[in-house]
Design a protein around this ligand. Structure first.
Ligand SMILES: Cc1cc2nc3c(=O)[nH]c(=O)nc-3n(C[C@H](O)[C@H](O)[C@H](O)COP(=O)(O)O)c2cc1C
Length: 327
């Protein structure tokens, strides 16, 4: 595996309004090795000087900046800014089907103009020395045949793309909401496996519907990397096993209670920087998923975290509702 992609063996999917800085700091308490992503950021915003949107701290590394846009020059300029700031990689969003993204003619729409997608990639990769990667799907609307996916991947590879993240279902651009577009089109993992066999030199990350670490193991025998999204919203503690189970780290897995002490510290330090408790605490709603007391904990936390002046004492109180926090 090329050294540049080591962390990509396990990545946390880019998710708007989820993978914010506070989420990523929470994730780093749990895994030092996983590749993290920003939310999708419009290249336009960066080009127009809103660099504060992509600030991060070194502790969040390895970290990939995901960009949305369809103008090769602007995408390249935004990538350059990201590279100068120290991001590990830059990713092109070519899979998001939301209305807003469609109006801007990027995201999944880029699958309808593969030459443009390749131009964007080449302009960006020409501007930076960190990897530029592409996150896309296996098809869009009625362009969902094996031949379509093959041509998409073949074109990207010919353009020089070395890492492709495939959400293993197609996107419907009209009639389905983004949420439905993550459940209704069927998953086709076998198609991704076949692509890996045809292009063994390319790093393929598979994404879509993976709900725990046991399911990652067989995937990693067929492809190079796995990317999980919603499973980590529902149960972020899954990340605590990643360094050991996926990356072979010898450090023992930390219990939820051990991680919790770090979260209290983190919440206090974020509050000192003016970040309201709920921006951080909302990422912890699923942290005790499957543990006795989790429902009461979740209810307490959601009721109290948004109160004016709420601080880490709310976290400490919520924690007392968990019966066996050392699991
Ligand atoms: C709330 C939410 C926001 C998302 N935002 C983005 C995004 O900004 N960029 C992107 O490429 N995909 C986005 N996605 C899609 C995920 O990255 C991922 O491809 C998808 O959820 C499938 O993976 P999963 O089944 O593991 O959740 C989002 C998904 C969710 C649930």
């Amino acid at each position: 595996m090329p050294a540049a992609f080591t962390a990509d063996r396990f990545s946390v999917a880019p998710m708007v309004d989820v993978t914010t800085r506070s989420f990523r700091l929470m994730a780093r308490v749990l895994s030092k090795r996983a590749m993290l992503y920003t939310e999708m950021i419009a290249a336009d915003a960066i080009v127009h000087g809103k660099q504060h949107l992509i600030e991060f701290s070194d502790i969040e590394l390895p970290l990939t900046l995901q960009l949305g846009g369809n103008d090769p020059q602007k995408m390249a300029a935004a990538a350059k800014t990201g590279a100068q700031m120290g991001y590990s990689a830059v990713n092109i969003n070519a899979g998001c089907p939301s209305d807003k993204v469609q109006q801007g003619a990027f995201g999944a729409v880029l699958m309808k103009d593969i030459p443009l997608l390749c131009d964007i990639f080449q302009e960006m990769q020409g501007a930076v020395s960190i990897p530029v990667t592409v996150k896309t799907r296996i098809g869009v609307d009625n362009d969902d045949s094996w031949e379509f996916t093959l041509n998409l991947v073949q074109s990207l590879v010919a353009a020089g793309v070395k890492h492709i993240i495939l959400h293993a279902r197609k996107a419907w651009l009209s009639g389905l909401s983004p949420k439905e577009n993550r459940t209704i089109p069927p998953l086709d993992y076998a198609r991704v496996y076949k692509l890996k066999q045809l292009f063994p030199q390319v790093f393929f990350t598979i994404n879509g519907g993976i709900s725990n670490l046991e399911q990652c193991k067989p995937q990693l025998q067929a492809v190079d990397g796995v990317m999980l999204g919603r499973a980590l919203i529902d149960n972020p503690y899954l990340l605590a096993a990643v360094d050991r189970n996926i990356f072979g780290s010898s450090a023992p897995q930390r219990s939820r209670a051990e991680c919790w002490a770090d979260f209290i510290e983190l919440a206090a330090s974020l509050r000192a920087q003016g970040v309201a408790l709920h921006h951080f605490a909302r990422h912890l709603l699923g942290f005790f998923s499957g543990v006795r007391g989790a429902r009461a904990y979740r209810r307490f936390l959601s009721e109290h975290m948004t109160a004016l002046g709420a601080d880490e004492r709310v976290l400490a109180q919520a924690f007392t509702l968990i019966e066996h926090p050392n699991t």
